[in-house]
Design a protein around this ligand. Structure first.
Ligand SMILES: Cc1cc2nc3c(=O)[nH]c(=O)nc-3n(C[C@H](O)[C@H](O)[C@H](O)COP(=O)(O)OP(=O)(O)OC[C@H]3O[C@@H](n4cnc5c(N)ncnc54)[C@H](O)[C@@H]3O)c2cc1C
Length: 661
């Protein structure tokens, strides 16, 4: 891969400095307005990130820079540069997409990068404190196994992926006396490793290093990738599965026991183990506005329960939970089910990437994987021989693993549900300090079931500088900067859609997951629009002075202006690429359970239709979208299906003692 030449570098710097330009503003005590992107090394980091992109994506961005080179972009005035950027964006959808990527990256880095002291000079103006407490000096309680070379392990069960589903499988199966090996692609990070910084959290704890677009750029996807998976970074909201979804799954997909007391027992067991409580649901500033707006409109608002330990909970630090919780209050999979499994002798292997499931005569025989130890610069192969294999890599990667293994039947990868979210930000007169408190202590559930069991929840996301900057509309550099200067007064809300339509996961030639998703189902389109309308009405009723749509285009409402005209304007913007930004933190359904082998991958207990001994143990097993934040449903289903795995896997008293080859 060739390095940038000087000309490309010069153009990239000019593009970044057009996205975040220096502005004359008096007073400007912290130099916020005068600061441009290149003052914070943003172009260098964009160049570095581009070097790691897939070839075709990188080539697309270079083509955009090339187009600017032909226009003598670097030597023109700032105003002309902005016009040129708009002109280039109109030449083709590839150019528009490329420019959107460069703009998003620039904003993300300008407001998210931290220096060696963990500070970003822009945060002063934003009122954002950055890290508020140092990571504690604590021993890590788990000791993952580090192979020395190519290695073979034997186990009764190999669990691939250690997130919400995989951890419960490992915990329950080890409790049944089975020997368990857990393979996890990400690293092990614990309280002492969490620095409360957004970008380092994305790099260490998230799938593909943070927000990642689906193939058509319609949805920005966030998923955890570390020991504990999504449970380490999620926002701790712990919702039970709704009754209508349970009934649908039992009736239409054959998941016996789902609608009644049997599944209640699994839900209760999980909630108990996670210590789920309503005693850490103090509403922060934005959530108080949400509640105020809902009360004003007569809409249902409820505080939610969370898996946070009251004894360690602190309002001041709970807001950083998406970057890993250094207080240890959040009862993630690492603190609960993985700890249980480890205490019972399970072997945890981190930075271990499962490549394929080994199958002989339609029965699972084990897993082939690659491990690495970046610190020591070592890597090797690992083979786990196991008659039962649980696939729990999250809905993006579980499907990819089955596709690489050539198993699972025609439905593998299909029926991917994302709970796509639209977002708006209301700006209020008071300082809301949205970065404090649990990110999702309360929700508006008024529209949870508008039609046929589908609808949307209105929730608040974690209020972070980099993601907010990248999500807010960027019509021009000056207006975006002015909006960001008001950051502390902002309350972001999202409408989370229970999607009926679906996308798909495929793999590319290298076997990597390629998710694609477009919002086209008529019910989904209706509910997505209703979700946007409701967010706007909520902000207005809560007293917002200004409302901004997280969408392309300068769509903004100010108090006194016509709110209906604003809502009408939001409806003209398409949902997806170059329109409303769609976000997903919930991936489900790509290897779903059901009775029909043409439309499902696994039977109603999670075992593959075409391979015995191979099980789906994560969110990809959902027959449809859950509609509620899925962690508890994933864990309860894993708790239920683990009984079936245990029944199929009488302990062979196999040893997990490694044999280095
Ligand atoms: C920012 C954020 C906030 C959220 N907030 C909430 C919330 O408040 N409440 C809620 O209910 N839900 C929330 N969620 C969603 C919830 O965390 C996920 O739905 C859940 O963790 C998914 O569980 P899973 O078992 O399907 O996969 P994951 O938890 O994603 O675990 C999959 C694991 O498999 C590993 N893996 C992938 N491929 C391989 C491979 N080939 N080999 C080995 N390992 C592999 C991954 O690294 C990952 O660690 C949130 C998610 C995010 C990202």
């Amino acid at each position: 891969m060739s390095e940038f030449n000087d000309k490309q570098r010069e153009i990239l710097t000019a593009v970044c400095d057009t996205v975040v330009p220096p502005l004359a503003c008096d007073p400007d005590p912290d130099g916020f307005f005068a600061r441009k992107a290149s003052d914070l090394w943003v172009p260098q980091v964009v160049e570095y990130l581009m070097a790691g992109m897939p070839d075709d994506q990188r080539a697309g961005l270079l083509a955009v820079l090339e187009a600017f080179g032909e226009q003598d972009f670097v030597r023109t005035s700032p105003g002309t540069r902005e016009q040129l950027m708009h002109k280039v964006a109109q030449t083709s959808s590839a150019a528009a997409t490329g420019l959107e990527v460069l703009t998003t990256l620039t904003l993300f880095l300008f407001y998210g990068l931290a220096d060696e002291r963990g500070r970003n000079p822009n945060w002063e103006m934003l009122g954002y404190p950055g890290p508020v407490s140092p990571a504690p000096h604590l021993e890590r309680p788990l000791h993952p196994y580090t192979p020395r070379g190519d290695t073979t392990l034997d186990a009764d069960v190999c669990v691939i992926g250690s997130g919400a589903g995989g951890s419960v499988m490992a915990g329950v199966l080890s409790e049944r006396g089975l020997s368990v090996v857990v393979l996890e692609a990400g690293g092990y990070f614990d309280d002492a490793d969490f620095d409360q910084l957004e970008i380092s959290a994305y790099q260490n704890l998230y799938w593909r290093g943070g927000p990642t677009s689906t193939a058509e750029m319609n949805v920005s996807v966030l998923a955890g990738s570390c020991l504990g998976g999504g449970t380490v970074v999620n926002w701790a909201n712990s919702l039970r599965t709704t009754q209508w979804v349970r009934e649908q799954w039992e009736r239409a997909y054959g998941l016996e026991g789902l609608a009644g007391a049997d599944f209640d027992r699994h839900l209760d067991a999980v909630l108990r183990r996670l210590g789920v409580t309503d005693r850490c649901s103090e509403l922060n500033g934005p959530q108080q506005r949400m509640k105020g707006g809902a009360d004003e409109l007569g809409w249902s608002f409820k505080t939610v329960q969370s898996n946070i330990d009251e004894r360690r909970y602190s309002f001041e630090t709970a807001g950083y939970t998406g970057f890993g919780d250094q207080t240890g209050a959040k009862q993630s999979a690492v603190k609960t089910y993985l700890q249980d499994a480890y205490d019972r002798g399970a072997t945890l292997v981190t930075r271990c990437w499962a490549q394929r499931i080994v199958v002989r005569r339609n029965h699972a025989k084990g897993v082939e994987a690659i491990w690495s130890d970046p610190g020591a610069g070592r890597s090797g192969r690992i083979t786990v021989k196991a008659p039962q294999v649980v696939v729990a890599c999250g809905a993006l990667e579980s499907a990819a693993l089955l596709l690489r293994s050539g198993i699972g039947g025609p439905a593998v990868g299909d029926y991917l549900r994302l709970h796509p979210c639209t977002a708006t930000v209301g700006f209020y007169t008071d300082d809301l300090e949205g970065w404090k408190g649990a990110p999702q202590a309360g929700i508006v559930d008024e529209f949870e079931n508008t039609e046929q069991g589908h609808g949307f929840l209105i929730e608040s996301p974690q209020y972070t500088t980099a993601l907010a900057a990248a999500a807010l509309p960027h019509a021009d550099g000056a207006s975006h900067k002015r909006v960001m200067s008001n950051f502390r007064h902002g309350a972001a809300v999202i409408a989370l859609l229970r999607d009926r339509g679906h996308g798909r996961v495929k793999i590319d030639r290298a076997g990597a997951a390629v998710p694609s998703y477009s919002l086209t189902d008529d019910l989904d389109l209706r509910n997505a629009r209703k979700g946007i309308d409701a967010q706007v009405r909520l902000h207005e009723a809560a007293g917002a002075q200004q409302i901004l749509a997280a969408a392309a285009g300068p769509l903004s409402w100010r108090r006194g202006e016509d709110i209906d005209a604003f809502i009408a304007g939001t409806r003209r913007i398409p949902l997806g690429a170059q329109g409303w930004k769609l976000f997903s933190a919930h991936q489900m359904g790509s290897c779903r359970m059901g009775t029909d082998q043409r439309t499902s991958v696994a039977n109603p207990w999670g075992e593959l239709h075409d391979v015995s001994g191979a099980w789906i143990g994560d969110g990809s097993a959902f027959p449809t979208a859950s509609g509620t934040n899925p962690m508890i449903t994933i864990m309860a289903l894993a708790h239920r299906n683990a009984q079936a795995v245990a029944a199929a896997a009488p302990s062979t008293a196999a040893t997990t003692a490694p044999q280095s080859l």
